[in-house]
Write a protein that binds this ligand. Structure first.
Ligand code: SAM
Ligand code: SF4
Length: 371
């Protein structure tokens, strides 16, 4: 192997944020099998140093697919008239949470399209208050909102928020979104969430058309700049009813998966103690995609506990796995696949981000990061 590549891995493993953007880009570009194996093994070693060979789980409920946004890559975009829109009732969401808790999930993720309205804010507030007695870690992933809405949801019991920046490059963001979608507002939301004391989750997709390893390296540096506690990253999978189309550099699922695994590994090597989710899109690309994500440095899985009858309505991309798998089946399959790679699921544990736990008193955004 290239000795310069190897020495990058050694330096990155020693301490967080040890590498420059060009050096991160070099790791991101690892293409031959030997380099990729070494990259993933180094990231796995850093992960195990911080969280052991243990996997934190969150039950995912996709609470609705209506969306006011029109992101050019997403199957749920508001212009996609083929999607039948649904919204779970508060009772249904609470029932998922109760069943999840009974099964050993101590954390829940509520995700949906983006809706900004007083009625929606109040609805989510009501759900959070009903879920609070279950004493679960609750992550929201409900898009951009006002500071006031974020505050109300925090007060009602949400402790984590996942808002992917999608790309740290404003010009590239403008290519992925139509007008009216504002990168600066997304960054401002991340800063507000941090200030309010949420565990902050962000992330990007990889394998997007026009994206380079340097851009992804800058994305990883950005995660450090906003002091992210958790990351959700996965390969972009083109959707036939969304206009973005595929990337020439990522013509097939195998290449997309490779990029996704490299991104997880590079982010782990740069940030060390954050929670990193193995995104569902990895599993859409290969049956063992999630497990390979764990072996490349991820430590969080989010099995889909959305009632089966609604699941097909939440297709960001084609090939979404487990459309008809019940929550029991999902949990059993998860146990088997995680055990097969020598890891253990942490049931009945919230699995808070070690990064957050260590800095809980310091929530001010970096002063160097100016919008
Ligand atoms: N609406 C909220 C938002 O955008 O933040 C939360 C739900 S949104 C569906 C969650 C994530 O799905 C997005 O942040 C985006 O990165 C990802 N996503 C959308 N379309 C995708 C696609 N075609 N392939 C892979 N991931 C996709
Ligand atoms: Fe809506 Fe999120 Fe899809 Fe964008 S990525 S269209 S905000 S659901």
């Amino acid at each position: 192997m290239d000795p310069a590549f190897e020495s990058l891995l050694v330096r990155a493993s020693e301490k967080p944020k040890a590498l420059s953007v060009p050096e991160l880009a070099r790791l991101m570009s690892a293409a031959d099998a030997e380099e990729r194996r070494a990259l993933h093994a180094a990231a796995y070693a850093v992960k195990t140093r911080h969280v052991g060979r243990r996997v934190s789980v969150r039950g995912l409920v996709e609470s609705g697919n209506a969306c006011a946004k029109d992101c050019l890559y997403c199957g749920l975009r508001r212009s996609n008239a083929r999607v039948e829109r649904y919204a779970l009732s508060a009772d249904e969401i609470v029932a998922v949470a109760e069943a999840a808790k009974a099964r050993g999930y101590a954390s829940l993720v509520i995700q949906s399209g983006e809706i900004e309205s007083e009625a929606h804010t109040r609805f989510v507030e009501g759900v959070l208050k009903r879920v609070a007695p279950l004493d679960m870690g609750v992550t929201l992933s409900l898009g951009e909102q006002t500071d006031e809405t974020f505050r109300r949801w925090k007060d009602a019991g949400a402790s984590r928020y996942l808002l992917r920046i999608e790309t740290s490059d404003p010009a590239f963001y403008a290519k992925l979104h139509p007008s009216g979608h504002d990168w600066r507002r997304r960054v401002a939301c991340l800063q507000t969430l941090k200030r309010l004391g949420y565990q902050l989750g962000t992330g990007v997709m990889c394998a997007l058309p026009g994206q380079t390893p340097e851009m992804l390296a800058r994305d990883v540096a950005f995660f450090g700049d906003v002091d992210a506690d958790m990351l959700g990253m996965g390969p972009y999978v083109p959707h036939p009813d969304a206009p973005l189309g595929p990337a020439a550099e990522a013509p097939d699922n195998a290449v997309r998966l490779r990029m996704g695994l490299n991104l997880i590994a590079v982010a782990r090597l740069h940030l060390h103690d954050v929670n990193v989710a193995a995104a569902t899109s990895l599993q859409a690309l290969a049956p063992d995609g999630r497990e390979r994500g764990l072996l490349a440095g991820a430590n969080v899985l989010m099995p889909n506990l959305t009632p089966v009858r609604w699941r097909a309505g939440y297709q960001l991309y084609p090939g979404k796995p487990n459309l008809d798998e019940s929550a029991e089946e999902a949990t059993a399959a998860l146990e088997r696949s995680v055990a097969a790679i020598g890891e253990t699921i942490l049931w009945n544990a919230r699995g808070d981000s070690p990064h957050f736990s260590g800095i809980a008193t310091s929530v001010a955004p970096r002063s160097s990061f100016v919008v």
